[in-house]
Design a protein around this ligand. Sequence first.
Ligand SMILES: Nc1nc2c(ncn2[C@@H]2O[C@H](COP(=O)(O)OP(=O)(O)OP(=O)(O)O)[C@@H](O)[C@H]2O)c(=O)[nH]1
Ligand SMILES: [Mg+2]
Length: 444
Amino acid sequence: MEPIVAPVTALIPQPVGILRLTGDGLSDLLRTLFPDLPVRLEHRRVYRTHPVDQGLTLDECLLLYFQSPHSFTGEDVVEIHAHGNPHNIRKLLSLLHQAGIRPARPGEFSLRAYQNKKISLLKAESLHRMISAPSYADFQTAHQHYFQRMSHPLAKIQDQFLDLLAMLYTLLDHPEGEEEDLSHLSVESLSNRLGEFDRTLSSHLTLTRRARRPFGGFSVLIAGFPNSGKSSLYNRILRDNRAIVSPLPGTTRDLLEGRLSFPFGDVVLLDSAGIRPSSDLIEQEGVRKTRKTLSRSDCVLWVASPENPTFPEGLIRKSPATSVLLLWNKADLSPPPDGSRFDHLVSAKTRKGVDALVKRLQSLAEIYYQSLHATSPLDSDRQVETLNRLRKASRRALSLLRSGQADLALSALEEGRKVLDDGVGSLPSSEIYDRVFKLFCLGK
Ligand SMILES: Nc1nc2c(ncn2[C@@H]2O[C@H](COP(=O)(O)OP(=O)(O)OP(=O)(O)O)[C@@H](O)[C@H]2O)c(=O)[nH]1
Ligand SMILES: [Mg+2]
């Protein structure tokens, strides 16, 4: 296919920047830019080579060559490791474009691997998940899905479903009780199996909903009344002055998102508008966002301070967050009122108590990610949609079977089979890119 190229590494200053190319006739196309390469490149060889433009040597690179079909995409693949200055990488990219190698679209390498039957659709999605997983446990799950087909929930479900379909075909060919050795097969036994199957699908959907949370990782919302020091704390925890801090109440209007990366997984930290009634339309919108996020985050840090030492029990109790921690901020100014029960006393000003709070968040996130690892969630929204549609078809089949319409139940299951076939990999090729690969990153 036509040759394409994309940077695999980000365009930022770093020791090494990598470009990846795939397509037909790569070695010929590269000869002008890399004149010191041999005429015939050998499979899996690494070459030290020097790109040249208008007689000027631009860099010293390492070039890896994989010959079709023994490569990730199934085509000829080249990786160029150059010095990672973003200007250098952009220059090399533009020279490669001039040589007739067009920029790849996000996910186009994986799309080609799929089209050349090097990976299945499920594997492609596991690969995407492996790259974007917010925790090591999540990475491991995706890795298992990639390397062991039967560890993938959809592969197991397909297996169970085909058994059910075969049972119904057999039942229709051999009505109940007609043959001795099929006497275990009855409308009732098949109905029970379909009921069990429905419960399996539901539990996968619930577990995946739990695992695929908004904000793409363990999310921690900093909430409180205006001026309690939420943004100051946010900046302290991230060790960066990201949010505007001021003595005026109502400073933060929007939801701000920052990421802390720990060895086992990410914590997504959210700063929010202080909760209060307001006639200001923008502030109202900010408070609406805070309230909405209260119901969507995994952990809430309620920040109280001497100006307003209370916390709204009702509002917090309504939040489904796994943990709510009550923080007393500005502890440098005054201690919390007698008899109050705060989980952490902190001062965003002096940093006192902030490290202990970060440790607490770390351990909550670790528990959260560990519990998810046990559930083997699905890898994509498309897979969730597949399971939802399959569940609809199998529920219809079950109710038809119970009302004595086995023929119609069979067409419902056949519909389910079509949904599953599409789900595990035989979508019409015109839909494939938009539904699966468009979401991938560049260079993958
Ligand atoms: N003494 C003291 N002052 C603090 C502390 N934390 C924040 N402040 C001050 O409190 C004021 C409000 O801080 P912010 O971080 O903007 O408060 P906020 O909760 O984000 O406020 P809104 O965005 O308006 O809801 C600023 O003047 C901060 O300097 C603290 O621990 N000790
Ligand atoms: Mg603020």
